[in-house]
Write a protein that binds this ligand. Structure first.
Ligand SMILES: CC(=O)SCCNC(=O)CCNC(=O)[C@H](O)C(C)(C)COP(=O)(O)OP(=O)(O)OC[C@H]1O[C@@H](n2cnc3c(N)ncnc32)[C@H](O)[C@@H]1OP(=O)(O)O
Ligand SMILES: O=C([O-])CC(=O)C(=O)O
Length: 412
């Protein structure tokens, strides 16, 4: 790559930055990095298909276990397959002592830090993970290794809810609650977290949340997982890195940020002022609004909106979270600023409201997102390993060359 030594200011033209070395696709917008048969998005029409099924269909009729099986295996399970898959998940819920210690030592940290570290710790002691990584490094990825990869993937799906629940218990100085084998993925998660028989509406809420977040093509976190997996590191390390990427407020962290902002706003009458502030140059972005791919209403946000509405109709809206979100949405949808940029509420806008009222602290919203998205991360890794090539883009160097080294005592 020929690079000029002269410093040239980069000019922005939309998503392309002009550099002396050529155009830079800023933020890799619309850059294709792989083929996939997992998820497709029509961003203009606001449609999401998972393995060809509309997300609305899966949300209305499926369970997380069914959708996870679908994502991993490419088709919906029959009754026996679902039963066996659920049994395998149940059998893998427990954690290694190392991961439990990590969660205990990070009890006072934000749960996303704890989750990232616990996933890495668990991976260091999972013999199947290590065996798979060794096979990949030896250039073996045949039927046997692919079956092992699915096994490791399933273990990650099974263990992340336990990590989150254990962190919650440690953070509050509570005894750990062991997984219960008679409960579904969603119900067991709530049981381990709160230590009591979960309420059916809360189970339905978590299950819905897990289904709706399960995969979304290649957002920042999935791309991060792929970058790590492409080096033939190991599956747990790829997932730990993806957790780190999901944590950011421009990505999965927006669900926590959105509910925090509603609490701070405090009253729907302030919505106009808040939305106007977000339209000013350098103003704070509205959390839960805008999307790289959707230039229409996010279909998942619509489902969460309905769920939150039903919830507050039944149980009330004591902190006016639903009313505030509704007022912000109204302002956003009628604002020329948001209309011109085609910015709509995304999945994170409505997803936290019912959870917050159910007693799930907002710092656990993004970890629960990870508990769902893990299946998408690992399924994309499995797809990519079918034709692996290390990710290694270039940067356009804009600094000087051949700078003479000045000994430290001679520097000003
Ligand atoms: C699960 C998920 O990850 S969904 C996304 C969750 N993230 C959020 O909700 C955070 C708020 N939203 C955002 O920051 C962005 O919309 C993103 C990160 C989701 C997408 O970012 P990009 O595709 O890079 O869009 P970009 O930031 O270039 O925005 C385009 C324009 O809309 C504006 N814009 C985008 N989102 C917002 C927002 N939430 N509030 C105010 N303005 C916004 C930008 O300032 C920019 O304006 P300009 O053209 O005048 O410079
Ligand atoms: O697709 C994206 O850019 C963000 C994401 O993960 C989602 O919307 O679920």
């Amino acid at each position: 790559m020929g690079m000029s030594e002269q410093k040239v200011c980069i000019e922005t033209s939309g998503k392309i930055l002009q550099s002396p070395c050529g155009p830079i696709i800023h933020g890799l917008e619309d850059v294709l990095v792989k083929t996939t048969s997992i998820t497709d998005i029509d961003g203009d029409r606001g449609i999401l298909w998972i393995r060809g099924y509309r997300v609305e269909e899966l949300a209305a009729h499926g369970s997380y276990e069914e959708v996870a099986y679908l994502i991993l295996r490419g088709r919906l399970p029959n009754r026996r397959e679902l039963q066996e898959f659920s049994e395998r998940l149940k059998a893998s819920r427990e954690l290694s002592p190392a991961a439990v210690e990590v969660l205990r030592s990070l009890a006072k940290a934000h749960p996303m830090f704890a989750l990232e570290a616990a996933v890495a710790a668990e991976g260091a002691f999972d013999e199947d993970n290590l065996k798979l990584a060794e096979a990949l490094r030896a250039g073996r990825y045949k039927e046997e290794e692919k079956a092992l990869a699915v096994k490791v993937a399933e273990k990650l799906v099974a263990k992340i809810p336990t990590m989150i629940a254990y962190h919650y218990r440690f953070s509050r100085g509570l005894e750990l609650v062991r997984p219960r084998h008679d409960l579904s993925h969603a119900a067991n998660f709530l049981y381990m977290m709160f230590g009591r028989e979960p309420d059916p509406l809360a189970v339905r809420g978590i299950d819905l949340y897990l289904i709706l977040h399960s995969d979304h093509e290649v957002p920042a976190s999935t791309f991060t997982a792929l970058v790590v997996a492409s080096t033939l590191s190991d599956m747990y390390s790829a997932v730990a890195a993806a957790v780190g990427a999901l944590k950011g407020p421009l990505h999965g962290g927006a669900n926590e940020a959105a509910v925090k902002s509603y609490l701070q706003i405090g009253d729907p009458s302030k919505a106009k002022e808040v939305v106007e502030a977000a339209t000013k140059p350098g103003g704070p972005k509205l959390m839960g609004v805008g999307h790289r791919v959707y230039k229409a209403y996010d279909p998942r946000a619509k489902i969460f909106r309905e769920f939150s509405q039903e919830y507050v109709k039944k149980f009330g809206d004591p902190q006016k979270l639903y009313a505030i979100a509704e007022a912000i949405e109204r302002e956003v949808l009628s604002s020329p600023y948001f209309q011109q940029r085609r910015l709509y509420p995304n999945v994170d806008f409505w997803s936290g409201i019912a959870f917050y009222y159910m007693g799930v602290p907002y710092e656990y919203f993004t970890p629960i997102f990870a508990a769902s998205r893990v299946v998408g991360w690992v399924a994309h890794i499995l797809e990519y390993w079918e034709n692996n090539r290390i990710f290694r883009p270039r940067a356009c160097y804009m600094g000087p060359h051949d700078v003479p080294y000045v000994p430290i005592d001679q520097r000003s």
